[in-house]
Design a protein around this ligand. Structure first.
Ligand SMILES: Cc1cc2nc3c(=O)[nH]c(=O)nc-3n(C[C@H](O)[C@H](O)[C@H](O)COP(=O)(O)OP(=O)(O)OC[C@H]3O[C@@H](n4cnc5c(N)ncnc54)[C@H](O)[C@@H]3O)c2cc1C
Length: 90
């Protein structure tokens, strides 16, 4: 997962919680089968695809432009709000 938004660890923890909830009983009873893994994927695929689509959009629209030396860059309004200014500069 991209670092954009700093949400990767949060999603990894959510993945781990769902995996533990779905797999732990089947693992303990020795009855784990691929269907259990499919259940984890069903619960986690949509939120993961949504956040990755958002990250790709931010990467393309914001990060790539900010890093392009040939283009002048003005941060979007939400990054110029006073609340953001104080948290970014300590
Ligand atoms: C440069 C960078 C900066 C980031 N910054 C942030 C940030 O500031 N905040 C944030 O929240 N997120 C950040 N992220 C995203 C975050 O690191 C990931 O989303 C998160 O680490 C995913 O955790 P994970 O446990 O799902 O996978 P991973 O952390 O990738 O762990 C998977 C582990 O499984 C192991 N593995 C793979 N295949 C096998 C196998 N067959 N058998 C055994 N082991 C295997 C791998 O070696 C690895 O140790 C960043 C990512 C990058 C690349």
């Amino acid at each position: 997962m991209s670092p954009v938004g700093g949400v990767g660890i949060n999603y990894a923890i959510q993945d781990a919680v769902v995996a533990a909830n779905v797999l732990s009983h089947a693992l303990k009873s020795g009855r784990l089968h691929p269907g259990h893994l499919a259940m984890v994927q069903r619960q986690r695929e949509l939120p993961t695809r949504v956040i990755q689509a958002f990250q790709a959009l931010m990467q393309k629209r914001l990060v790539a432009r900010a890093l392009d030396p040939d283009q002048p860059f003005t941060p979007p309004v939400f990054l110029r709000l006073p609340i953001c200014a104080s948290c970014c500069h300590g």
